[in-house]
Structures are given as structure tokens and as C-alpha cells.
Design a binder for this molecule. Structure first.
Ligand SMILES: C[S@@+](CC[C@H](N)C(=O)[O-])C[C@H]1O[C@@H](n2cnc3c(N)ncnc32)[C@H](O)[C@@H]1O
Length: 283
């Protein structure tokens, strides 16, 4: 039997209209994921694998597992419906702005707080750590909170070790900032001083946030693309209220804050916003 015949013989469970609607309702209600009809082939393909892996015999049985709140399978469910694609210094202009505009304004501040929301496997918070430790070498209390809903990616992020083959940087100089120059081998490990700046936590952005205090910068990039417009608007509003005056919000290249002025935000560059000084009682 050749490969094509083998693939043809794999039968996918059928995803009925009703099953798709139930999946869309669960995904939206629990994780904010907006699944339109055009996502149906992708949902069918990805969740078929979970139907097979769990050993249930139909989508209806699989949905029952998720509705019953099976924690491990809920993780697989959300992971199957999102992507964890990320890389070091992604959208490099944000890191240039962080180094050249945000950091100088933070010189002399007692503490600096940054949140990487939807951090995936850690490349984003480690890029922030590398940028700020270089731009603010004297900062004594520089901390980055990195959160994601997916426990698997957080585990990898916390480890801070990446197969060399997966490590891609815009330049060797930036690579050295994250990994140093000595280590060569099949894996690369983030410099310990950067790792100690980052705290990883599990957090679902559409649930209440157990996050206290306000941030000098929040990165939430390439996450809100999964949400519908009202969910995005609510998210931007919540981020705005967690920014210090003059704090910055960095979002993904295909995302946009509508009417930022109503949230006390001003456009400050490409997909980046600064919070006005006077709003929110100086929080
Ligand atoms: C494409 S990655 C973005 C990674 C990084 N911010 C970047 O731009 O390179 C999207 C991440 O959003 C996370 N995510 C999706 N829905 C989420 C939610 N409701 N709460 C928190 N994280 C979520 C996914 O687990 C995934 O790791």
C-alpha cells in the first residue's frame, strides 16, 4: 500500500453542524477563541486527532469530555485550536522602541515591570529581558511577568533551553544577548541572569486576572487575533487599566486598538500605544 492510499484510508470523524456549534460555544466561553465557519476544516482536522488520541468514538463523546472539564484534555483542546508560533525579537521594531524610547524614560526608576501576555514558549519575554537588561544595566528591580493559557508552552518557556536548530535571530548580536557567546551544541540555554528576571504563570486572558500592580509595558502580541472584536475591545480596556501613566502597550502586527483615546491611550508607533500621563489616578 503506498502512502497516498494509506492517507486516503484514514477516516476522519464527521463534524456535524451541531457539534461545530457546540465546539465554537465552548471555545468562546472558556478561552475567548472565535471560531467562524471558515475555521471548520481546521477545527475538524485538529480535533479529529484528539478524538483519536482520547479513544472516544465520536465528536459528540469528545465534546462531552471537554464539557465535563477534563483538565488535561481542555489543555489539548485549546492548544489544538491556537498556534504557539513565536520567535526571538519578533517584530524587531518593538524591541528597538523598548530600548531607545521606553528604557531611557525609566532610567532611575526604582522598579520596572513588564508583562508578556500570551508568551508562548518564552522567546518574547526573554527578548524583553535581554533588551532591558542591556538598556537599563543599573536597574536593581527589573521583573517580567510572562503568562499563557497553555501549560505545555509554559513548561518549555520556563526551561529556557531551545534546540539550536529552532533558534533563529535577526542578527548574531541579538543572539549573543540572549544566549551569550560561549555555548555551542545541540541545545542553547538562555543566560541565567535573564531567566531570573522572568516569572512564568498560567493565566487565561478572558478570565479574571490575579495580577496586582501596574506595568511600565505590556506586550500582548498575536494573541487577540483569536478573539472577536468585543472580546478584543474588553482586553485592550483591561490592559490600559493595568498600565502605569506613560506605560506602553505593544500588540501584534495584524491587531489594532479601535478608538485608543477612549482608553486613555495614544498611538506611539506601529502597533504600539502609550498611556496618557493624567489618567487612572496616576496608577
Ligand atoms: C501565536 S502565540 C504568540 C506568542 C508571542 N506573543 C509572539 O507574538 O510571538 C499565541 C499564544 O496565545 C496563547 N493564548 C491563546 N488564547 C489565550 C487565552 N485565552 N489566554 C492566554 N493565552 C492565550 C496561546 O496559548 C499561544 O501561546
Amino acid at each position: 500500500m503506498n502512502q497516498i492510499t494509506e492517507l486516503d484510508s484514514v477516516e476522519r470523524p464527521t463534524l456535524s453542524d451541531e457539534a461545530f456549534q457546540r465546539i465554537a460555544t465552548i471555545a468562546k466561553g472558556n478561552w475567548g477563541l472565535h471560531l467562524e465557519e471558515n475555521k471548520r476544516p481546521l477545527v475538524t482536522a485538529r480535533l479529529s486527532k484528539r478524538v483519536t488520541a482520547t479513544g472516544v468514538s465520536s465528536f459528540a463523546d469528545y465534546i462531552a469530555l471537554i464539557e465535563a472539564g477534563d483538565a488535561a484534555e481542555c489543555d489539548h483542546f485549546v492548544s489544538a485550536l491556537t498556534t504557539n508560533v513565536t520567535h526571538f525579537f519578533r517584530e524587531q521594531h518593538h524591541f528597538d522602541y523598548l530600548a531607545e524610547t521606553v528604557a531611557p524614560a525609566l532610567q532611575g526608576h526604582r522598579s520596572v515591570r513588564v508583562w508578556s501576555a500570551g508568551c508562548s514558549t518564552g522567546q518574547e519575554p526573554y527578548s524583553i529581558a535581554a533588551t532591558l537588561s542591556r538598556a537599563l544595566p543599573k536597574a536593581s528591580d527589573l521583573r517580567i511577568l510572562a503568562t499563557d493559557v497553555d501549560q505545555d508552552v509554559l513548561h518549555k518557556a520556563e526551561g529556557g533551553t531551545y534546540p539550536a536548530a529552532e533558534v533563529v535571530f535577526p542578527s548574531p548580536a541579538l543572539e549573543a544577548q540572549v544566549f551569550g557567546t560561549k555555548e555551542r551544541g545541540p541545545n542553547r540555554s538562555v543566560r541565567p541572569e535573564l531567566r531570573s528576571m522572568v516569572t512564568f504563570r498560567r493565566l487565561n486572558l478572558i478570565q479574571p486576572w490575579p495580577v496586582s500592580g501596574a506595568f511600565d509595558a505590556i506586550f500582548c502580541r498575536n494573541v487577540a487575533i483569536y478573539f472577536d472584536k468585543p472580546t478584543q475591545a474588553g482586553l485592550w480596556q483591561r490592559f490600559a487599566s493595568h498600565l502605569k501613566p506613560n506605560g506602553h502597550l505593544f500588540i501584534g502586527h495584524s491587531e489594532r486598538v479601535e478608538h485608543p483615546e477612549t482608553l486613555g491611550l495614544q498611538p506611539a508607533g506601529i502597533t504600539l500605544y502609550r498611556k496618557s500621563l493624567a489618567l487612572d489616578g496616576g496608577r
